[in-house]
Design a protein around this ligand. Structure first.
Ligand code: FAD
Length: 288
C-alpha cells in the first residue's frame, strides 16, 4: 500500500519525530511505500494568499481566495508546492495527519497545508450545489476510496479528554479534523492514534506508543472506519439536516451510525495520578 504521512513538528528529535521514524521503518520493512511530507523541514508556506496562484499578483481587485483557487485549479495556475501535495494525496491509499495537539488543534503549519492544498475543485466544490443536492462531500469526493487517520501526541491527562473531562471530549476536539478535513473530501476515517500525557512517558511507555502506532498503521485496512454518516447516504434530508428518526440528541455523535465510536472513555479515578497514555475506546467495551 501507499502511505502518505503529513507530519508537523519542528523538532526531529521529539517524541513525534521518533514515532514518525518508527512508522516509516515498520511500513517500509513490511513492503509498503511511504512518503512523508515533513512540513517544517520543507519550510511549508502556511499562509494562504495571492502567491498561491501563478500570476496571483496580477489578480485584479480584491482577492477572493475561493474563486481564485477554483480558477487556478481549472487553469493549471496553482503554486507548484500545492500541486505536488495534491499529487501525493492522489497517489496514496492511506493518509495520516501526524501532529502534536496545539491549542486544541493542529499546529498552524498543518492547518495552512490544508487551507492551501485543499483547493476548490480538488477537495471541495465537487458536484452541483443547489436544490436538494449540496455537493459530493462527507463520504464522497476526490479522495473517496482512501483511508485517513489522525496520529497525535497530547500534553494533558487522558481523563481531561474523556466523557466528563475538563477539556471536552477528544472526539469533539478532533471533529474539525476528522469530519471536516478527512471525511469531507471523501476519506474513510479510521480511529485516531492519540497518546496522552506524553511529557511523563518513560522509555517503556514510549515503546508501547510506538508499537501501538505501528500496529494501527499496518492494520489500517482491516479496522472498521468510524461510522460517520454520508451526506448523500439517505440519513439527511434535502437541506442536509439529519432526519428526525435518527434521534434528537445534540452533539457530534449524532452524525455517526450505531454503534457510535468514542475514542476515549476514560473517566479518571480520584486520587490516582498515574500517567496513562493510550485511552480505552467504546470498541474495547463492546469486545468485553
Ligand atoms: C503551542 C502549544 C500548544 C499546546 N496546546 C495543548 C493543548 O491544547 N492541549 C494539550 O493537552 N497539550 C497542549 N500542548 C502540549 C503538546 O500537546 C505536547 O507538548 C506535545 O504533544 C508533545 O509531543 P512532542 O512530540 O513534542 O513530545 P516531546 O516533548 O518531544 O516528548 C515527550 C516525552 O517523550 C519522550 N521523548 C521525547 N523524544 C523522544 C525520542 N526521540 N525518543 C524516545 N522518547 C522521546 C520524553 O520522555 C519526553 O519527555 C501544547 C504545546 C504547545 C507547544
Amino acid at each position: 500500500m501507499k502511505y502518505l504521512i503529513v507530519y508537523a513538528h519542528p523538532e526531529p528529535a521529539s517524541l513525534s519525530g521518533h514515532l514518525r521514524d518508527r512508522a516509516v521503518e515498520a511500513l517500509t520493512e513490511a513492503g509498503h511505500e511511504v512518503i512523508v511530507s515533513d512540513l517544517y523541514a520543507m519550510k511549508w508556506k502556511a499562509v494562504a494568499d495571492r502567491d498561491d496562484f501563478l500570476g496571483g499578483q496580477a489578480v485584479e481587485g480584491p482577492l477572493d481566495y475561493t474563486r481564485a483557487s477554483r480558477d487556478a485549479f481549472v487553469e493549471g495556475m496553482q503554486a507548484p508546492d500545492v500541486v505536488e501535495e495534491q499529487r501525493k494525496l492522489l497517489w496514496a491509499d492511506v493518509v495520516v495527519l501526524q501532529f502534536p495537539l496545539w491549542w486544541y488543534g493542529m499546529p498552524a503549519i498543518l492547518k495552512g497545508w490544508v487551507d492551501r492544498v485543499y483547493a476548490y475543485g480538488f477537495a471541495y466544490g465537487i458536484g452541483p450545489h443547489g436544490g436538494g443536492f449540496w455537493g459530493k462531500r462527507f463520504g464522497e469526493g476526490t479522495l473517496e476510496g482512501r483511508r485517513g487517520m489522525v496520529a497525535m501526541t497530547v500534553g494533558g491527562r487522558m481523563a481531561h479528554y474523556g466523557p466528563r473531562g475538563v477539556n471536552g471530549t477528544m472526539d469533539d476536539l478532533l471533529w474539525p479534523v476528522q469530519h471536516g478535513v478527512l471525511f469531507y473530501p471523501g476519506f474513510a476515517v479510521v480511529p485516531p492514534a492519540v497518546y496522552y500525557e506524553v511529557g511523563r512517558a518513560d522509555a517503556a511507555a514510549v515503546e508501547t506508543m510506538a508499537q501501538d502506532y505501528v500496529r494501527r498503521l499496518l492494520t489500517v485496512q482491516e479496522v472498521d472506519p468510524i461510522p460517520l454518516r454520508a451526506q448523500n447516504g439517505g440519513d439527511y434530508n434535502d437541506v442536509q439536516v439529519l432526519r428526525a428518526e435518527h434521534g434528537e440528541a445534540a452533539g457530534h455523535a449524532l452524525h455517526q451510525r450505531d454503534p457510535v465510536y468514542v475514542s476515549n472513555t476514560w473517566l479518571g479515578i480520584e486520587g490516582d495520578y498515574t500517567p496513562r497514555h493510550i485511552a480505552p475506546t467504546s470498541r474495547d467495551a463492546l469486545e468485553e
